[in-house]
Design a protein around this ligand. Structure first.
Ligand code: NAI
Ligand code: ISE
Length: 336
């Protein structure tokens, strides 16, 4: 059986995921597309999915009997309405991060899925599928001893003018927020944000860089540098310090060159290339579960806990280095 998939939001990542499903992965076909900018959906149909129907609204796409499962890849503020529509229709739904832009919105999704009584939602936290993070988690489990600290960095070469200070949390740090909960199998209890001097390439409405310090229930302290105008490349770093040793996230493969009296390795510049393989693996996992009418991988609960944490981090941005408490509510049995 081929799973018939509809994509809502056909911008950068929606187009890329549609390409994956049509050209790389097995078991799915893009049969429906929708975007508030209809021309964008038409262009994806022309370039990637010639048999797809373009729908005027995401809700019509979700309700179409032609569609078995849905990918939500529109702007973050619009995710909640489409995920709730997919749950109401009983259709498996892959939702790009963030699940919702507020904790309340993510909680409404959790409640709707729990009321439905089965998992239907996978959140696009693709780092859990990255071979480097999987190996790092294994090294922490088998070699470093109990973790004490994590040092991390999330650096983008540049961001557009619309990218403002809180987006460093809910658009960018959200990947670390999720992947460290998963890596350490722990929940957060507090967040602090420290601002060094503003970098010269930062914009008027963006304080960049920033350092977020998260503490977990087991007392692990995580510092993450977010520097989204770092200029030199797209660079994701992570080092876990444990009782017995240290484990580092591997660098992406790069040819080492001896040129012009220098030893050189290229650094990536685009997020699309850094986790390209993990996007493939996460979506193949989605297709597999969706064929069975359910979902696997990162849950709505993970999306909710990421939203709770990112709300606390955004509050901490206003608190001048002071800690903001993070509380973990009781987890519904569906996500045990
Ligand atoms: P984009 O701006 O390139 O594309 C978003 C598309 O959604 C646009 O074509 C826009 O017209 C459309 N859209 C906006 N509101 C809509 C609505 N109400 N209904 C239907 N379509 C609507 O943005 P991009 O970079 O593709 O990001 C989309 C989502 O994917 C965001 O939530 C972002 O955080 C996430 N993302 C995840 C990444 C990852 O590494 N997992 C990487 C990049 C983005
Ligand atoms: C973007 O939306 C992503 O998800 C990328 O992975 C991240 O590195 C970037 O900072 C975000 O803007």
């Amino acid at each position: 059986m081929t799973l018939r998939i509809g994509v809502i939001g056909t911008g950068a990542i929606g187009r890329d995921h549609a390409r994956r499903i049509q050209q790389v992965l097995s078991g799915g076909e893009i049969v429906a597309l929708s975007d508030v900018n209809r021309a964008s959906a038409e262009a994806v149909r022309a370039d990637i999915a010639p048999n797809a129907e373009v729908f005027a609204t995401g809700e019509e796409l979700v309700d179409s009997p032609k569609v078995d499962a849905v990918l939500v890849t529109s702007w973050g503020t619009t995710h909640e309405q489409y995920v709730l529509a997919a749950i109401a229709a009983g259709k498996p739904c892959f939702c790009e991060k963030p699940l919702a832009t507020t904790a309340e919105g993510a909680r409404r999704i959790v409640d709707a899925e729990v009321a439905r009584g089965k998992r239907l939602v996978q959140v696009g936290f693709m780092r859990r599928y990255d071979a480097g993070y999987v190996a790092l988690k294994d090294a922490v489990r088998t070699h470093t001893g109990a973790p004490i600290m994590v040092h991390a960095a999330h650096r983008n070469p540049a961001v557009p003018e619309q990218y403002i200070t809180p987006m460093a949390i809910h658009d960018t740090l959200i990947h670390e927020i999720d992947v460290f909960r998963w890596l350490l199998d722990d929940d957060y209890v507090s967040a602090r944000v420290i601002f060094p001097r503003k970098a010269a390439r930062s914009h008027g409405k963006l304080r960049d860089p920033q350092i977020v310090v998260l503490e977990t229930a087991r007392g692990v302290v995580i510092d993450v540098e977010i520097f989204v105008n770092c200029h030199y490349g797209y660079d994701i770093q992570c080092e876990v310090v444990g009782e017995d040793g240290i484990a580092r996230l591997p660098e992406p493969m790069a040819i080492q060159m001896r040129l012009d009296a220098k030893l050189q390795n290229a650094i990536l510049t685009d997020w699309k290339d850094r986790f390209v393989a993990s996007y493939d693996v996460e979506l193949q996992d989605f297709l597999k579960a969706a064929k069975l009418g359910t979902a696997s991988g990162p849950t709505s609960w993970d999306g909710y806990m990421a939203a709770v944490t990112s709300d606390a981090c955004v509050q901490a941005q206003e608190r001048d280095g002071e800690a903001v408490a993070i509380r973990t509510p009781a987890r519904p049995a569906l996500y045990a």
